[in-house]
Design a protein. Sequence first.
Lengths: 260, 440
Amino acid sequence: MSIQVPVYSTLYNQGISPEILFWVGCAGSFDARAQRVTKAFCTILNKIEVSFAILGEEERCTGDPARRAGNEFLFQMLALQNIQTLNHYGIKKIVTACPHCFNTLKNEYPELGGNYEVIHHTSFLNGLIADGKLKLQGGGSFIGKKITYHDSCYLGRINGIYEAPREILEALDADLVELKRCKSNGLCCGAGGAQMWKEDEPGSGRINQARATEIISSGADIVAANCPFCITMLQDGLSSDPTEKNIMVLDLSELIVQQL
Amino acid sequence: MLEQIIFSILCILSFGFAAKRFLFISRNINLGVDWTPDSTPSEKWKNVIFIAFGQKKMFTKWLPAILHLFIYIAFIFTQIELIEILIDGITGSHRVFLPILGSFYLLIINFIEVLSLLALIGTFVFLARRNLLKIPRFQSVELNGWPALDALIILLAEIVLVSFIFMMNSADVALHQESYQFILSGFLVPLLQDFDTNTLHLLERVGWWGHIIVVFGFIVYLSYSKHLHIIFAFINTYYANTKPRGKIENMPAIMDEVKSLLGISEASNGTDQLPDFGSNDVFNLSWKNILDAYTCTECGRCTEVCPANMTGKKLSPRKIMMDIRDRADEVGKKLDSGDVAFCQDKNMPLSPTNFSDGMSLFSQISPEEIHACTTCNACVEACPVLINPLEPIIKMRRYEILTLSSGPGDWVPLFNSLENNQAAWSMSAERSAWTADMND
C-alpha cells in the first residue's frame, strides 16, 4: 500500500476539502525521532481511509514556545499568520500529534480569531478504535512486555485527557503498569515552557533523569507517550542512566501501527 | 462592671485594628491592574463551596486533610461559643445561651469540646510534622525566619486556646455539677476537687479571659500571618479563573499591533509609545495575582510537586507567591509613609502612579528562578485554594523579554528561527521534507 500525504493547498485547488487537517508541528516535521511518529500516524490515517491533508510549507510553529518564553510579540506573529492560513482554507477540524500544538490551537487561538475543532491524536485514535473504524489485529512486539504510560503535562494535567490514552493501551491488550506519579500528579519531562531550547538552570539534577528513574523503578520495558518532546526527553533521560536496560519510549500511534 | 469595660475596650481595639489592617491589605491588592474573572456565578460559588468550604483539594493528602479538618470544624463551631462570650463580656451575663437553648446548649458545648480535643490532637501532630518529622516541604529555605516562626506561634496559640477552653469549662462543671453536663471537661473535674468555690471561680475567669484574649490577639495577628487564608481562601476561590488551564492570558495591545502589522486590521492610531509589557512590580500584576499572594498559606504543596524545585533548581512557586505578598506589603507601607523620597516625580504627591523606591519584584525574584519553570502546571494543580503561581512567572518572563529585551541567551536562536523560518529549529530542509521517504 502506497501511503499518501496530501497537501491542503493542492486539494483545495482541486476543489476538495479534506475532512481533517493533520497539524504536523515543528517536532513532527523536523525532528528525526518525531518524524517516525508522524509517519506512523499517517500510516494509520491511510489505513482507515480518512480524508486528510497537511498544510506543508504553509504550516508555521503555533507559537507555544515563544508565548511561554515570554515573547508575546513573536507568538502573535506566528499565531495570527497561522490563523490567516487556516481561515483562508475554511478549516474546521484539526488533529495533531503534539500536545503543545493541540493546547495552543485549541485554547489560545480562539481569542485571536481562530475557532476550530482541535483533537489530539490520542483522543482521535481512541475514538476510531471505540467506533470500530480502526480495527486492531492484535500482536506486536510489545505483547508480553510491561508498558507504562507517561502523562504529558499538556495533554494530561493541562487539558484533562487521562483516560483516552489508557483506553488505547487497553484496546491494544497492553500490560499497563502505572507510574508512581501519574494522571494529574504526573511528573513533567522537563521540556515545556521553552525549556527544550535552553540549558537547565543550575540544580542538583535533570528533570528527565528524575522521570527516567521513576520509569526504571516501575519495571516497565516500554514507555508509551503522546508528545514528541516527552519522547526525546525521556529517551535521553533513560539513556543517561547506567542501570537502564534498553527501555523503549514509543508514541501511542507507534504501538497501534503494529496491530494494523 | 470593670470587667465589662475592659472587655469592651479590648474588643473595640482588636476589631478596630483588624479593620485598619484589612483596609491596608485591600488597598495593596488593588495596586494591581484591573482584571475580570471569566467564571460564571455558578462556577464561582461551586469553587467556594467545594474547594474552600469543602476543602476538596486538601484531600489529595489524607492525613493532613483530616487533621486540618478537625481544626477547621472546631474553629467554625467555636464561633457559637465566641458569640456567647462576646455577649457575656459586654453585658456581664454568664453563659447567656444556656437558659435559652437548654439541653441543646449542652449538646453544642459537648460537640465543641470533642472538636477542640480533636483540634488539639491535630495541632500536636502538625507540630511534630514540622519540627520532628521535618517533612521536606516545611524545610525549604524560603521558610527560614518569620514564616517558620509564624507557623509555630499559631500552633502554640491553638494549644493555649484549647487549654483555656477546658480550664473554663471544667471549673464551671465543678461549680455547677447538676446543670453543666460537659462530658470531656467532666473528666478534668477530679483534678479540681481540692479547690474551694472561690478558687474555682477564679479558674473559670482565668480560662474565660485567657480564651478571649487569645482570640483578640488572633484577630490582630491574623493579617500579619499566613493564617489570613481562613478568610482569603473563600475570596480567592470565588475569583479563581475557570478558563482552560492551558490558555495563557492574551495581550490585546500586542495582538492589535501585530494585526495592523500584518494588515489584518487598520493601523491603530494610538501613541507610538508602547507601555511596559509584562510585570516587574505589583503595579503591573493583576489584583488577582496579589490576592493569590495574600491567600497563600505557605503549605508548599506547589513547591513539593515543582519539577524544577525537586531537581534542585532555585525556583519555588511558594517563594514567588511569598515574594509578591512581601513586595505588596512593602509598597503599601512606603505609600502610607508619605515620604517624598519614594516619589518618582518629586514635585507631585506620593501615589501608586507616582511611586519609585528603586526596587521591584526582581529585587527578590531572580531571573534564574523564573527561567526554570516548565509551565507544567503541577503547582496550579496542587494548590488547595486555587492560587496560580504560573501566571506571575509568565508575566515576569514577558517583562524580561518584551520590556528589558533580555532573557536566557539560549532562547535567542529559538526566537531567530521562529522569526526567520517559522519553525522552532533552523533547518535547511523544507517542513514537508519527511513526506518524501514516506514509503521507504
